[in-house]
Design a protein around this ligand. Structure first.
Ligand code: SAM
Length: 479
């Protein structure tokens, strides 16, 4: 029987059954999957259809008819406006179970090829609040007005986070329950002082304004805090008194820099640095080693769970005494250094490859500071460095073990092909995006590799993201 699909604008009632990896809850309505933001599995809801595809419907919640037992009150006053934590109103254990099922569905192309291959249970986070060690707040001159606010409130200055889907609007964040605890008071002082001094926030349309970003990082090991203020111009006469008041109010900020970055790029990195307090970096611990983290350094944002991740990566690597190890996309070196630290006397070094020069400098400094002399860090794009010619020119031996931890986009296909030609006995693939992982692992499968184990880890509670460690073995027969 052909059932009529509900029309755009129509209201329908349904039971929400589960969550997906895009931050939505979903249920079924007459053979179609209906997805909606802000919903909780187990709740009966009335939704209004706003988009219709062949078998999928997107809808917005109009009314919760009956909340289910998985519902909890969202802690954050900005829940619903801020795109940060879409599952705050879902019990944490329900989030984990739902995301695990979502991951299982996404990984089917991999698991279906290998009977008996099962995902290990997800390693959840014992501290699911205030876990983020880094926050990048944006200044803007177009404030997002929340539905709870009275009409006519001032809207020409904001310091907070971009509203999802609105690159020009900034949500004026007054508190954040996933940021480290000290971040909120610093954020609020930074806003008050900027307003008091009449400093302008960035105008994305006119490409005008002084203040761009306030980036805050905290070491969970030492308690040190780094504040980086991004501005379009140096403007010492206004920036220095502004930052000096911020530092007087918050002596817990142990280091402070100004980054001068003209232009319209919307990312809090790069620019010329001016040091105003401390050393321009903080020191974090991971796997018993010290890491220098400066403004641009990539570092796992959940320090507590990074410990678990590090243990998983090292265990999955199962490094042998004298084998050659590559760590591709090594950042400031945590995986390379953890493996190198396990076999300090080994004659073969671990080679780390990384695109960002400053991260490579950090990695080298981290090796020195931890007394590790069998790790070598190479700056460059792995798509260019990992060719036989480039490896020959650099006189690098072929690896028998590779750790890869690419950004969300995954590995360039050229790099996957290069890996299958280098034929390491094992590849440990660390993924923050299962969709690109499936693509890369499928290509590796065509090159005679198979996935031997899958370990998900929750590094980002209340968000739809799960990290995953895949152990990939060479067997000559493919998947
Ligand atoms: C997910 S991070 C992992 C970093 C590190 N493994 C860690 O856990 O801290 C990905 C890293 O890949 C680097 N990267 C991205 N594209 C790259 C490329 N084409 N070549 C080399 N490194 C790249 C980024 O700069 C970033 O440091």
């Amino acid at each position: 029987m052909n059932v009529r699909a509900p029309r755009k604008g129509e209201s329908i009632d349904l039971l929400l059954e589960d969550i997906d990896d895009k931050g939505r809850a979903f249920g079924q309505f007459e053979g179609r999957t209906v997805r909606t933001r802000g919903g909780v599995p187990g709740s009966h809801v009335r939704v209004r259809v706003h988009r219709r595809r062949r078998s999928e419907i997107e809808a917005a919640i109009e009314e919760v008819l009956q909340p289910g037992e998985n519902s909890v009150d969202a802690r954050c006053r900005h829940f619903g406006s801020c795109g940060g934590c879409s599952f705050q109103n879902v019990l944490y254990r329900t989030q984990l179970a739902g995301l695990e099922r979502s991951l299982e569905r996404l990984l089917e192309p991999i698991t279906a090829l290998r009977p008996g291959l099962e995902m290990a249970p997800t390693l959840g986070c014992s501290e699911p609040w205030h876990y983020r060690n880094k926050m990048d707040f944006t200044f803007g001159n177009r404030r997002w007005i929340e539905t709870s606010e009275p009409e006519g409130v001032a809207s020409d200055f904001a310091l907070g986070l971009h509203v999802p889907g609105r690159y020009d609007k900034v949500l004026d964040v007054q508190s954040c329950d996933i940021a480290f605890k000290e971040a909120t008071p610093i954020l609020n002082t930074a806003r008050e002082l900027a307003l008091e001094a009449g400093l302008s926030g960035w105008d994305v349309h006119a490409h005008d304004g002084l203040l761009r970003h306030l980036l805050l990082r905290r070491s969970f090991a030492s308690g040190e805090i780094l504040a980086a203020l991004f501005t379009t111009e140096e403007e010492r006469s206004v920036v220095d008194p502004y930052l000096s008041k911020l530092l007087d109010t918050h002596p817990e900020i142990t280091s402070c820099v100004q980054r001068i970055k003209p232009g319209s790029a919307m990312v809090a990195s790069g620019g010329e640095e001016r040091l105003l307090k401390g050393e321009g970096f903080i020191t974090e611990k991971l796997g018993g080693l010290d890491y220098r983290i400066s403004t641009d350094t990539f570092f796992q944002t959940n320090s507590l769970q990074a410990e678990l991740l590090c243990k998983q990566v090292v265990a999955a690597a199962g490094v042998e005494e004298d084998e050659v190890v590559y760590d591709l996309c090594c950042g400031c070196g945590p995986w390379a250094l953890s493996v190198a630290a396990m076999r300090r006397a080994a004659s073969s070094p671990v080679y780390g490859f990384e695109l960002v020069e400053s991260a490579v400098e950090d990695a080298r400094e981290n090796a020195r500071n931890n007394g590790i002399d069998n790790a070598v860090f190479i700056a460059g794009d792995i798509a260019k460095v990992l060719t036989p010619q480039s490896l020959n020119e650099r006189k690098l031996p072929a690896p028998s073990l590779c750790i890869v931890d690419p950004p969300r986009a995954g590995l360039p296909p050229k790099v996957v092909r290069a890996l299958t030609e280098l034929r390491p006995r094992r590849i440990v693939y660390v993924s923050c995006n299962p969709r690109s992982a499936v693509r890369d692992l499928t290509l590796l499968g065509e090159g005679a590799y198979y996935v031997a184990s899958i370990q998900p880890i929750d590094l980002f509670p209340h968000t739809p993201h799960l990290e995953c460690v895949f152990t990939v073995e060479l067997d000559g027969g493919g998947f």
